[in-house]
Design a protein around this ligand. Structure first.
Ligand SMILES: O=C(CO)[C@H](O)[C@H](O)COP(=O)(O)O
Length: 219
């Protein structure tokens, strides 16, 4: 089975978490795009959707789905999103699509975070995928130097400005033995808006598409 088929399988399995009348948070990326397609076809009468990016907002609207502002909804029952890596403790690296800050906000506003991915993202530990860090452009060089001091090798992602008007540094070489601490350490650098470690707000459910079917894990 190809990777897209596995992503689609996980995305369609997430529909079981969507009930009529809910507000649903929706992430960003190719796996989430399969979820949006499945939502469009399923025609579940939810109250509306909160998008984690402008790209997702546009896709939801293209399916005729009702998009709500997070500021108007309060806490939301469920958030569905992909990941770049997931460890056995439901901690994630996200931000391959550059939407990590809004994704973390919507995930944190949700009572249940269901993470959908193909099983290549199922890893014994985080850190193979370069860690995305969203940085205010004014602080780019300063933040890069601080990341080097904690063992990282940052690279500026070219050709992308985030929905918040910022840049992304992709960082390799960091020590992921304590992801929660690394999440806090990086976010304490002035000029960092957020980073792609989801250890404070982990997933509650993992749905992995695999050749043997959907693997479901609950925290
Ligand atoms: O965090 C993300 C976007 O910022 C995505 O969820 C992550 O990059 C996975 O993407 P894909 O579903 O395309 O593999």
């Amino acid at each position: 089975m190809n990777t897209d088929a596995l992503k689609k399988m996980a995305a369609e399995a997430a529909l079981r978490y969507i009930q009529p009348g809910m507000v649903v948070g929706v992430g960003t990326g190719s796996t989430t795009n399969f979820f949006i397609e499945a939502l469009g076809a399923a025609k579940i009468h939810v109250d509306g959707y909160v998008a984690s990016s402008i790209a997702t907002e546009n896709r939801l609207k293209a399916q005729g789905l009702n998009v709500l502002e997070l500021n108007a909804t309060g806490d939301i029952p469920v958030y569905i999103d992909g990941a770049d890596e997931a460890d056995p403790h439901f901690r994630l690296i996200k931000g391959g699509g550059g939407a990590l800050t809004r994704e973390k906000i919507v995930a944190s506003a949700a009572r249940l975070f269901v993470c959908i991915a193909d099983d290549s993202k199922d890893r014994p530990m985080l850190g193979k995928f370069p860690l995305p860090v969203e940085v205010i452009p004014f602080a780019r060089s300063f933040v890069a130097r601080q990341l080097v001091k904690i063992g990282g090798s940052p690279t500026l992602r070219s050709g992308i400005t985030t929905d918040n008007g910022n840049v992304i540094l992709d960082v390799t070489g960091l020590d992921f033995s304590d992801p929660l601490r690394m999440e806090e350490t990086i976010n304490a650098i002035p000029g960092v808006l957020d980073n792609g470690i989801f250890a404070h707000r982990r997933a509650d459910v993992m749905l992995f598409g695999s050749a043997g079917g959907v693997i479901e894990r609950k925290a």
